[in-house]
Design a protein around this ligand. Structure first.
Ligand SMILES: [Zn+2]
Length: 461
C-alpha cells in the first residue's frame, strides 16, 4: 500500500470540524486515505513519496458541483455573448447538435485540466445532449485519464419545441431510451463506496426541456439504485413563468409534485426562491449548487446565499458553463461567490449600518468552506471536503511567495480568495500527484489545446 508524507506546510487548512489551521503541519497518507494529521514532528519521518511544503498553503481539494464540460467548445461564441438564458440556449443548441463522441472526450479533458490546475479534485458534470452517437461513456473515458473524481450526471432532454419545450426536436431523445441508458450507466459504472472515483447521477436537464413523467421515472430509478438526482432549478424568471404557465406551479412546488425533494437531490442555481422554499430545502435536505459567474454572465439574478447558509441548506459552488462563465477556474469561482454575496448583502442595506439583523459580508473562509465541505455535502460525499483522519487524500498546494500575494501574507487564507485567482503548484487526488510544479502530469496540455481548438472551430461555423 503506497504511502505519501506531506510535511512542513507553512499553513495547513484542514476544514475539519474545529476548522483547524496548522502552521508547520502535515499529514500521512496510506493507500489514498489520510492516516494522521498534525504537526510535522508528530508524523512518521518518511514514506514512499515525501512532499516538503515549506512556503506553501495547503487546502482540501475543491469540489465543483455543477458544470457542462462539453461547453468548453463554445466559449465566447459571438452570437451568444450578450443573451439571457433562453436566447443563449436557443443560439447554442444547433451548434451543440453537431458534436461527436470525440468532441465530448476532448472537451471533458479540457475542462478537467482547467479544474485540476485551479484546485479542484472532484467534479460533477451534467451532460444532457447526446448527438451523433455520443454517450456519457465518452466523458467517463476522458475523465479517467485526467485523474479527478467524477460525478457524471446522465442528463436528458425529452420535451422538444413541437411539444412546447425550449430545445429543437432534433436534440431531444425518447424517454424510454433515456431511462434504459440511465440503468445501463448505473449498472456499469456507479461506485458508491468511500474513495469512489466515479459516481453516476440522473439529471433531466430542466423543467422546460423534459416532461414531468420523465422526472418521476428518473427519481424512481435513482432511488432503486441509490444514486443522486440533479437538475437546473429556479435559475431565471423566464423559467418561473414557464412553470407557472405549463404546470401551474412555481419551480420548487413543481419539483415536489414529481417527487424530486430529498437528501439525494441537488439543484443548480436556485436564484429565484422564496423564504418558504428555502425552508423546504433545509427540511428535506435538498442541496444547491451556487454558480455566481454564470448567474452574472446570463443576468439571471443573485442567489440568496446568506439565507441558504442561515437556514442550514447544503450549499456548494459550481463553475457552471463553460459557455456561461466562460472558465472552469474553481478558485476564481470561490472569489466570485464571496464578492457577489457581499454585493447582495450591501444591496439589502443593513450590513453597512451595523444592525443586528444585517446580512453579514461573506468571509474568505466561508467562501472556501462552500467549495470544500459544502460541495462534499451537496454531492453526498462524507469521505471528502476536509483533511482529517479517514478522509480521502485530496488536496492542493500553492506557493505563497509570488507576486500576486505580495503584501497579503498577514492572512494567507484570505490571500487565496481576495487576491487574483491563481493556478495551483501541486494537486493530489487519492494520494496520487496529478499536478506538480504547476504542470498537469496526466495530459499533454499544449497538444491538447490544439486539438480542442480544432474541434471548436469545426463546430462553430
Ligand atoms: Zn448548468
Amino acid at each position: 500500500m503506497p504511502t505519501l508524507l506531506v510535511r512542513n506546510v507553512t499553513l495547513l487548512v484542514t476544514m475539519d470540524d474545529q476548522r483547524r489551521e496548522i502552521s508547520g503541519g502535515g499529514f500521512f497518507i496510506r493507500d489514498g486515505f489520510i492516516e494522521q494529521v498534525g504537526l510535522s514532528q508528530n508524523l512518521p519521518e518518511t514514506a514512499d513519496d515525501v512532499l516538503d511544503l515549506k512556503g506553501y498553503i495547503v487546502l482540501p481539494g475543491l469540489i465543483n458541483t455543477h458544470h457542462h464540460f462539453y461547453q468548453t467548445l463554445t466559449r465566447a461564441v459571438p452570437a451568444a455573448q450578450n443573451a439571457n438564458l433562453f436566447n443563449w440556449l436557443k443560439t447554442l443548441y444547433p451548434i451543440w447538435a453537431r458534436m461527436t463522441p470525440d468532441d465530448i472526450y476532448i472537451s471533458t479533458q479540457t475542462a478537467l485540466a482547467e479544474l485540476a490546475l485551479s484546485g479542484c479534485t472532484t467534479a460533477s458534470d451534467h451532460l444532457y445532449l447526446f448527438p451523433n452517437g455520443s454517450r456519457l461513456d465518452d466523458e467517463i473515458a476522458g475523465a479517467r485519464e485526467v485523474g479527478l473524481r467524477l460525478h457524471a450526471s446522465r442528463g436528458s432532454m425529452s420535451l422538444g419545441e413541437s411539444q412546447g419545450g425550449l430545445p429543437p426536436d432534433s436534440v431531444v431523445d425518447s424517454e424510454d431510451s433515456i431511462l434504459s441508458d440511465s440503468v445501463r450507466l448505473i449498472e456499469r459504472y456507479h461506485d458508491g463506496r468511500p474513495g469512489s472515483m466515479l459516481q453516476i447521477v440522473l439529471a433531466p436537464c430542466s423543467p422546460f426541456s423534459v416532461t414531468g413523467e420523465l422526472m418521476r421515472q428518473s427519481a424512481k430509478v435513482a432511488r432503486q439504485y441509490g444514486v443522486h438526482l440533479h437538475t437546473h432549478l429556479a435559475e431565471t424568471q423566464d423559467e418561473e413563468a414557464f412553470c407557472l404557465d405549463r404546470f401551474g406551479y412555481r419551480p420548487v412546488a413543481y419539483m415536489q409534485s414529481v417527487d424530486w425533494v430529498g437528501q439525494d437531490v441537488w439543484f443548480a442555481h436556485s436564484v429565484h426562491v422564496k423564504e418558504e422554499e428555502i425552508k423546504l430545502y433545509a427540511r428535506e435536505g435538498c442541496g444547491v449548487a451556487h454558480c455566481p459567474s454564470s448567474n452574472m454572465r446570463l443576468a439571471s439574478g443573485i442567489a440568496p446565499v446568506w439565507d441558504y447558509m442561515r437556514a442550514g441548506v447544503k450549499l456548494g459552488l459550481g463553475v457552471d458553463g463553460s459557455a456561461s462563465n466562460d472558465s472552469s477556474h474553481m478558485l476564481a469561482e470561490v472569489r466570485q461567490a464571496m464578492l457577489l454575496a457581499r454585493l447582495r448583502s450591501g444591496l439589502a442595506g443593513a450590513s453597512l449600518s451595523g444592525s443586528q439583523d444585517a446580512p453579514p459580508l461573506m468571509t474568505a473562509r466561508q467562501a472556501l468552506e462552500l467549495a470544500t465541505r459544502g460541495g462534499a455535502a451537496v454531492l453526498g460525499r462524507p469521505d471528502l471536503g476536509s483533511l482529517e483522519v479517514g478522509k480521502c487524500a485530496d488536496f492542493f498546494a500553492i506557493n505563497l511567495n509570488r507576486l500576486d500575494y505580495a503584501g497579503a501574507l498577514h492572512d494567507p487564507v484570505a490571500a487565496l480568495t481576495f487576491c487574483a485567482p491563481q493556478q495551483v503548484d501541486i494537486s493530489v487526488v487519492g494520494g496520487k500527484v496529478i499536478v506538480r510544479d504547476g504542470h498537469l502530469l496526466t495530459l499533454d496540455v499544449p497538444r491538447h489545446v490544439e486539438k480542442h481548438n480544432q474541434a471548436a472551430m469545426r463546430l462553430v461555423r
